[in-house]
Design a protein around this ligand. Structure first.
Ligand SMILES: *Cc1c(COP(=O)(O)O)cnc(C)c1O
Length: 362
């Protein structure tokens, strides 16, 4: 069986290093807000090329905290792609803001920058870009719009650790960025985890306080905060794995290149990238009108696939108020997309086998 993602194999590469980190934490008796967090925040800020990083409990919290710290609420509008994972949209509505959905570009799967301006109103406060499947959004036009209308840019970088646009890494492309370290992400911990990155000193101090019960110093609460922290165990695991992230992303690029050069089947549409460094291939999503039959065929050939995602947010029960709206491009993507196995631990044999089986599909 070729697994979609072999997490055991991924993490076992670092068993000795992780073991020794865990032992150190057990010996120290210090589990939260300690040295491991400090070190990871420094390392990840440096990796992204930003001033500040704060470890938080998960990716959804990271986005939530950014919106909260900006004080967006009460029907403030935030623009977001219609075809994202629901977390991006939940972070907006959980703050009492209105998500304004914008159709993606069917080639990049990312928000179509040409469709944003017509959605900007008096109430628009921010544009949330989502670097979907690991490909950094083409930011030029979005930067221009943010400047013209005085909007904040919030990045959802949960799928795009290490991808680059115009020489700048995700995490540094907007005013603030949220990352997830959910185990299956390109940089994943052994449980839940996330972080916020930003160059904004004031925003950073505010997020730090809000994430810690609204407290800027012990027993002194200036905001109605929340509890959202990255624990020392997760920070330690991330410190180990961050060292190998560039190498892992390079292997993902290699696999994607092989797939894109060698998969040849006229009913399979391959993903494209506008620049190799922009894409870290968190997901290798192909499209086909016969998605279900194709998935069943791969399964019969012992190849595991996943669908990211079967239902668009506006068709979910959680957003019944949108169920009658139509976002045809987003719907087309959700109806046809299917993700092939890709990971830093896949062998050449496995990659070739997946390719061969797909090329034999009729
Ligand atoms: C994984 C993911 C999130 C949420 O991260 P969690 O750590 O699971 O809360 C948000 N946005 C996108 C695009 C994601 O893929």
């Amino acid at each position: 069986m070729i697994k979609f993602l072999d997490l055991e194999k991924i993490n076992n590469r670092f068993r000795e290093e992780i073991d020794s980190e865990l032992k150190e934490i057990l010996d120290s008796g210090w589990y939260l807000q300690g040295k491991k967090n400090q070190k990871f925040a420094e390392n990840f800020a440096e990796f992204c090329g930003v001033k500040h990083c704060l470890g938080v409990a998960n990716g959804l919290d990271a986005l939530n905290l950014i919106i909260k710290a900006y004080g967006f609420s009460n029907g403030d509008e935030i623009i977001v792609p219609a075809n994202t994972y629901i977390a991006s949209i939940l972070a907006i509505s959980q703050n009492g803001c209105t998500p304004i959905l914008v159709e993606p570009d069917i080639k990049t799967y990312n928000i179509n920058p040409d469709l944003i301006e017509e959605k900007i109103t008096e109430r628009t406060k921010a544009i949330m870009v989502v670097h979907l499947y690991g490909q950094a959004v083409q930011m030029k036009k979005i930067w221009e719009l943010a400047k013209k209308y005085n909007l904040k840019i919030i990045e959802d970088s949960a799928q795009a650790h290490g991808s680059v646009y115009d020489g700048i890494k995700t995490g540094a492309l907007g005013d603030a960025s949220g990352f997830s370290f959910y185990p299956g992400k390109n940089l994943g911990c052994m449980g839940d985890g996330g972080c916020v990155t930003t160059n904004d000193d004031e925003l950073f101090e505010k997020i730090k306080a809000i994430a810690n019960y609204g407290s800027d110093r012990k027993y002194h609460h200036i905001y109605k905060g929340v509890n959202s922290r990255l624990d020392e165990i997760q920070a330690a695991v991330l410190n180990v794995k961050l060292k190998y992230l560039d190498k892992d992303n390079a292997r993902r690029r290699e696999i994607s290149k092989y797939y894109r050069e060698n998969i040849k089947n006229r009913i399979i549409i391959l993903p494209e990238t506008y620049d190799e460094s922009a894409h870290v291939w968190h997901v290798f999503a192909v499209r086909t009108p016969e998605r279900d039959r194709f998935q069943k065929y791969l399964e019969e050939n012992n190849i595991q696939t996943i669908i990211h995602y079967p239902t668009p947010p506006h068709k979910q029960g959680a957003y019944q108020e949108w169920n009658n709206l139509s976002y045809p491009i987003s719907e087309e993507i959700h109806r046809t997309v299917i993700s092939l196995p890709i990971s830093p631990v896949m062998t050449d044999d496995e990659v070739e086998r997946v390719t061969e089986v797909i090329n034999e599909y009729r």
